[in-house]
Ligand binder design. Structure first.
Ligand code: AMP
Ligand code: GLY
Length: 428
C-alpha cells in the first residue's frame, strides 16, 4: 500500500513540496490543508486552516496519514509537532520548544553566544532607555545599527537605523508603542553586518544536520533591491558567493554546531534548519534561523533535489539521517514571482490569469495567491505565482524564465527583472 502524506499550508513553498512528493513512487495520495488551485492538480485540498492544529490532528488520525509536512512557521510555534507526536503520528518539523530558534531572536542569539556560533555582536534589552543608549553608541560612531523585536513579527520586526534619531524611533515603536505587540517586549540590538546574504538549508534529525542546498532570495519589491521588503520576489540555487570553502565553514561552525547545541540544551532539533547568513569579509555569520523551508527558495530547491524526497523527510522526522544520501543537481534553477499590482501594500484580487496554457512544458508554475472563480483562475493574493526554469547555465535559466513570463498576464501584474543578476555579475 502506498503512503498518505499531508502537506500543511497554501503558498508557493507548499505547492513545490507537493510537486516533489507527488513524484515519489512510495506516495499514493497527497492531501493539502488548505492548499490552493495549483496544488489541487496533484493533491486533494481539504478545507482546514494551517493554523488549526486540532483540526489537522483530527484529520491526520482519521485518514491515517503516514507523514505530515508543515510549510509555515505558525503551526510549528503553536505546537503542531508536539500534538502529532503525542498521538504517535509522524510529522516533519521541530517541536514548539525547538522552533524557538526562529520564534525568539533572544533564544537564538543566546544559543549562538553560548556555543560560539558566528553571529553579529548584540545585547538584549527589556528597558527602552538602555536599549536606545546602546543603539546610539553605534550611530554616534557613524555606524548603522540593527534593532530586532524578539518574537515573530511577520518579517517586519527588524529595523536598520542609520542615525540616532532613527534608532530611538525604532526602540520607541517596538517597546513603547508595541507595534508588534508582545513580540516587542524584549529587543535585540546588534551590530550591522556588511556582505551578501545567502539562505542555507539543511535537514536535521536531532543529532546532526545534512546540508541540502544554498539559495539566494530577493526580498525587496523592485529591481536593484529598491522599495519595501516583501515575502520574496524570486530566488536561485547555488549562489556563487557560497563557495566550497564557505560551505565547509558553515557546515562545521553553524549547521552541525547549532544542531549539537540544541541537543545539549535538551531541545533536539528536527526538521529543516534554514540559516539566513551574511557572508562578511570575516566569514559567514548568522542573521537569523528559520524552522521551516523558505519561500520562494523552496520553489528552486525542490527541482534540483534528485530522487525521492519522502525518505529524506521520514528519516529526519524519525530521528536518524545517518544512512541517507542527498543528491542535488548542480543545475541553475531560477524562480520569478509574479505579484499583484500594489503588493506589498494594498492590492485588488479577482483578476483573471491568462496564458498559462502557452508556457513551455519545461516551465514549472507554482501557485501562491490564486483562486478559482466559476472555473476561471484568478488572482487571490499578493504573491500570485512563481515561474521556475532550470538550465546548465545561469544565463540560459534566466533567458528561459523571462521569455516564458511574457506568456502570462493579469491586471496589475509586476515582477522583478533582475533576479539572479548578482550571480551573473560574479561571472557565473
Ligand atoms: P532577520 O529577520 O533577522 O533575518 O532580518 C531581516 C533582514 O534584515 C535580513 O534578511 C537582513 O537583510 C537584515 N539584517 C538583519 N540583521 C542584520 C545585521 N546584523 N546586519 C545587516 N543586516 C541585517
Ligand atoms: N525567503 C524568506 C523566508 O522564507 O523567510
Amino acid at each position: 500500500m502506498g503512503k498518505k502524506v499531508l502537506v500543511v499550508g497554501q503558498g508557493g513553498r507548499e505547492h513545490a513540496l507537493v510537486w516533489k512528493l507527488a513524484q515519489s513512487p512510495q506516495v499514493d495520495k497527497i492531501y493539502a490543508a488548505p492548499g490552493n488551485p495549483g496544488m489541487a492538480q496533484l493533491a486533494q485540498c481539504v478545507n482546514i486552516a494551517a493554523s488549526d492544529v486540532p483540526g489537522l490532528l483530527d484529520f491526520a488520525q482519521q485518514e491515517k496519514i503516514d507523514l505530515t509536512v508543515v510549510g509555515p512557521e505558525d503551526p510549528l510555534m503553536n505546537g503542531i509537532v508536539d500534538a502529532f507526536k503525542e498521538k504517535d503520528l509522524k510529522i516533519f518539523g521541530p517541536t514548539a520548544k525547538a522552533a524557538q530558534l526562529e520564534g525568539s531572536k533572544v533564544f537564538s542569539k543566546e544559543l549562538m553566544r553560548k556555543y560560539n556560533i558566528p553571529t553579529a555582536d548584540y545585547q538584549v534589552f527589556d528597558d527602552p532607555e538602555a536599549a536606545a543608549a546602546f543603539a546610539c553608541s553605534f550611530t554616534d560612531r557613524g555606524q548603522p545599527v540593527v534593532i530586532k523585536a524578539d518574537g515573530l513579527a511577520a518579517g517586519k520586526g527588524v529595523i536598520i537605523a542609520a542615525s540616532s534619531q532613527e534608532a530611538c524611533q525604532a526602540v520607541n515603536e517596538i517597546m513603547r508603542e508595541k507595534v508588534f505587540g508582545e513580540a516587542g517586549r524584549r529587543i535585540v540590538v546588534e551590530e550591522f553586518l556588511q556582505g551578501e546574504e545567502v539562505s542555507v538549508f539543511a535537514l536535521a534529525d536531532g543529532h546532526r544536520a545534512v546540508f541540502l542546498v544554498a539559495a539566494q532570495d530577493h526580498k525587496r519589491v523592485f529591481d536593484n533591491d529598491l522599495g519595501p521588503n516583501t515575502g520574496g520576489m524570486g530566488a536561485y540555487t547555488h549562489p556563487p558567493i557560497y563557495t566550497q570553502a564557505v560551505h565547509e565553514q558553515v557546515d562545521r561552525e553553524i549547521l552541525q554546531a547549532t544542531v549539537q547545541a540544541m541537543a545539549k540544551e535538551n531541545c533536539p532539533y528536527q526538521g529543516v534548519l534554514y540559516a539566513g547568513l551574511m557572508i562578511t569579509p570575516n566569514g559567514p555569520k548568522v542573521l537569523e534561523f528559520n524552522a521551516r523551508f523558505g519561500d520562494p527558495e523552496t520553489q528552486v530547491i525542490m527541482p534540483v533535489i534528485e530522487g525521492d524526497l519522502l525518505p529524506l523527510l521520514e528519516a529526519a522526522a524519525g530521528g536518524d539521517l545517518s544512512s541517507v544520501e542527498i543528491k542535488v543537481r548542480p543545475d541553475y534553477c531560477v524562480c520569478v514571482v509574479l505579484a499583484s499590482g500594489g503588493y506589498p501594500g494594498t492590492y485588488q484580487k479577482g483578476y483573471p490569469i491568462t496564458g498559462l496554457e502557452n508556457l513551455a512544458e519545461s516551465t514549472l508554475v507554482f501557485h501562491a495567491g490564486t483562486a478559482l472563480q466559476n472555473g476561471q483562475l484568478v488572482t487571490g493574493g499578493g504573491r500570485v505565482m512563481a515561474l521556475v526554469t532550470q538550465a546548465d547555465s545561469m544565463e540560459n535559466a534566466l533567458a528561459a524564465v523571462y521569455t516564458q513570463i511574457k506568456h502570462v498576464d493579469f491586471t496589475g501584474m509586476h515582477y522583478r527583472t533582475d533576479i539572479g543578476r548578482r550571480a551573473l555579475n560574479r561571472g557565473r
